[in-house]
Structures are given as structure tokens and as C-alpha cells.
Ligand binder design. Structure first.
Ligand SMILES: O=C(CO)COP(=O)(O)O
Length: 121
């Protein structure tokens, strides 16, 4: 089973739910496990997805996902960042993105890229 980490900043959570809904059948047919930061996961659960929720981003959720990733437990990251907002945990955000590159894990930071990646996943 492959795992996708889903993360969205507040201004991008609606786009994340829209993306998940659009690819619901793909996620189900490929038996993809979802893990997420806390609030993103709650939104996904409300939309009917089964998600393992970690802490909220500002409390260390990005860092927890990074930890799973370096242990080889994450196969792709969908991280809809909000480039128009400030984030107190910016170091964690950059750490997660850096570690995707260190470990050669596909990272989509916007819906257009996420669609291309999930179709090839
Ligand atoms: O802040 C985040 C990612 O950096 C997302 O965290 P939440 O999903 O808890 O809002």
C-alpha cells in the first residue's frame, strides 16, 4: 500500500477537498493510504475520507510528516501552500520540502501538479 501525505494551508483547504473529491475513485482503486496534518485531515474526514491525522501544522504536523517521510513511509506529498500568507512554522514547511528533495519524494504544491502526479502514481 502506498501513502500520500496531504497538507493544505487554511487558504487552500477548499482546493484540497476539491482535489480529493475529484480523485476519490483513483485513491480508492489504488488503495492509497492518506496521512495529514491535523486540520487538513479533519476537512478530509468531513468529506468522507479515511485519514491518519497527525498534529496541526503550527504544532509540528509538518515535522511529523517529514519524520515519516525520512523513514520511507511516505510515497508522495500533496502540500497546497498559501503563498499569500505568513506562517509561524515556516522553518518546518521548508524542512519538509527540503526532505522531499533529499529523499526524491514527489511533491505537489498546487492542484495542477497534484493532478499530473496522481494520474501517474
Ligand atoms: O500548517 C499546515 C502546513 O504547514 C497545515 O496544518 P493544518 O492542516 O493543521 O491546518
Amino acid at each position: 500500500m502506498k501513502t500520500i501525505a496531504i497538507i493544505a494551508h487554511n487558504g487552500k483547504k477548499a482546493e484540497m477537498v476539491q482535489f480529493l473529491n475529484e480523485y476519490r475513485s483513483v485513491l480508492e482503486s489504488k488503495e492509497i493510504k492518506l496521512i495529514s496534518t491535523g486540520t487538513t485531515g479533519s476537512k478530509a474526514e468531513t468529506a468522507g475520507f479515511d485519514v491518519e491525522k497527525l498534529l496541526s501544522g503550527p504544532l509540528g504536523g509538518d515535522a511529523q510528516i517529514a519524520s515519516r517521510l525520512v523513514e520511507g513511509k511516505v510515497n508522495m506529498v500533496v502540500f497546497f501552500r498559501d503563498p499569500m500568507d505568513k506562517h509561524p512554522h515556516e522553518p518546518d514547511i521548508f524542512m519538509l520540502m527540503r526532505l522531499c528533495d533529499v529523499h526524491n519524494i514527489p511533491l505537489a504544491t498546487n492542484p495542477a501538479t497534484a493532478k499530473l502526479l496522481i494520474e501517474a502514481f
